[in-house]
Design a protein around this ligand. Structure first.
Ligand code: AMP
Ligand code: GLY
Length: 424
């Protein structure tokens, strides 16, 4: 079997390493991959958004199966294009990827099918948006309709701040066309949980839950980032909450998508907030989360490729999706200054093989050397019987990775551990 994985971050590195456990897979190509992924797959310099080139490459190289991991190519229709030339894929079609591609679509879907989410209204003009903000008061949340690299969400503490956010999105177009419509919604409070779920369009099999750490600084301070670390499972997501989410959120969402003739096959990501009025959907993503995947897949006991094929073929019901009992922790090592300005080009030294699990996100190979090339450089991941052990092990391994100007949070897992301690 020859597999193609579209994407080139830490998430893709984790997917590729897990796929390699399947003995039938003889070769994996990563488009574009990165300098670290090059140790586990053949990297080909084709951008994840260059759908035409991806399809040509897949045809020329007789690819048997493709995994499209990032949001952009999914929303642009990479799966449709690959399917059209007879290549089966893991990932939703363009029609289904809209669940992430348009916040107006996803909010309207939840409203129509009674799926719990923050109260909201969407606007195509600035004046009515501002009038609604004045009527509702602060705190209030302003979201750009389209994809905005995770930066299109403003949690406004004052009415003025919310109106300014609307102005910058709709007038200054800071997110381009993504901000031509905005969603204004109620500010929710409670612990956040990420649940990635496999689905074949009918059956849903959730993976182990996880917790992201989005802010750049310790104790959830500083700017929002793509994610500075994760732990799994998430202690706030109890079996009772899981059962409630299945009935009220996961199954209704998959049924709703089918009803709308946008059947979703692939990994559906539920960003949830556990409010005092029950779990609510903060956002849907049409793909594996990053860096959630880096803690979820190492805990997967069943074969990933078999599950992916079951999602494609509609046989997920009969396919085992089993997770190990332990915990996992991922500490992201970033370039100092991220998510704003940072320098790249520093040499990375990695631990010896088998000494620590590392998933590389932003690095390139140059003359045999691995150099930093992005904001989030890599994730150090560990698994252990307990969360405390997983966290301790990840932090013990962090110093084994070195590069100039490395920055990481020192408190990944702290909030999750405090939940266990309060329970005890
Ligand atoms: P997103 O980019 O959609 O993942 O949103 C970024 C972060 O903003 C989320 O992880 C939440 O912490 C926060 N957020 C989004 N929507 C709301 C809301 N309605 N109320 C409170 N926080 C929110
Ligand atoms: N970690 C959040 C995301 O993948 O969108």
């Amino acid at each position: 079997m020859k597999i193609l994985v579209v994407g080139g971050g830490g998430r893709e590195h984790a997917i590729i390493k897990k796929l390699k456990e399947n003995q039938n897979i003889k070769e994996i190509f990563a488009l574009p991959g990165n300098g670290g992924i090059a140790a586990d797959a053949t990297c080909v310099p084709i951008g994840a958004k260059d759908i035409e080139a991806i399809v040509s490459f897949a045809q020329e190289n007789a690819i048997d199966y493709a995994v499209v991991a990032p949001d952009d190519p999914l929303v642009l229709g990479a799966v449709d294009a690959l399917n059209a030339v007879g290549i089966p894929c893991f990932g939703p079609t363009k029609a289904a990827a809209i669940i992430e591609g348009s916040k107006v679509f996803s909010k309207d879907l939840m409203h129509k099918y009674g799926i719990p989410t923050a109260e909201y209204k969407s606007f195509a003009d600035q004046k009515s948006a501002c009038a609604y903000i004045e009527q509702k008061g602060a705190p209030i949340v302003v979201k750009a309709n389209g994809l905005a690299l995770g930066k299109g969400v403003i949690l406004a503490q004052t009415v003025e701040e919310a109106k300014e956010a609307v102005r910058s999105m709709m007038e200054d177009k800071v997110f381009g066309e993504s901000g031509s419509m905005v969603v204004i919604e109620e500010f929710l409070e409670g612990p956040e949980v990420s649940v990635l779920a496999f689905t074949d369009g009918t059956c849903v099999k959730p993976m182990v839950s996880s917790m992201d750490h989005k802010r750049a600084g310790d104790n959830d301070t500083g700017l929002n980032t793509g994610g500075m670390g994760t732990v799994a499972p998430n202690p706030f997501y109890t079996p009772a909450v899981a059962a409630q989410c299945m009935e009220e959120i996961f199954l209704p969402t998959v049924r709703a998508m089918k009803q709308e003739e946008r059947e979703f096959r692939g990994c559906l990501y539920f960003g949830l907030m556990l409010t005092k009025n029950g779990p609510k959907v903060i956002e849907y993503n049409c793909r594996f989360g990053d860096p959630e995947t880096q803690v979820v897949l190492p805990l997967l006991e069943s074969d990933l490729f078999t599950i992916m094929q079951a999602c494609t073929n509609g046989t997920l019901e009969q396919t085992e999706v089993k997770f190990k009992d332990g915990s996992a922790c991922c500490v992201v090592m970033a370039s100092k200054g991220y998510p704003q300005k940072y320098e790249t080009g520093f040499e990375i030294t990695l631990p010896e093989d088998g000494e620590a699990e590392v998933y590389v996100a932003g690095a390139k190979l140059q003359e045999g050397k691995l150099l930093t090339s992005g904001g989030r450089v890599l994730g150090v991941v560990s698994t252990a019987d307990s969360l405390q052990q997983a966290v301790d092990k990840a932090y013990a391994n962090v110093p084994k990775v070195t590069f100039e100007n490395a920055y990481y949070r020192t408190d990944i897992g702290k909030r999750a551990l405090s939940a266990y301690n309060t329970e005890a």
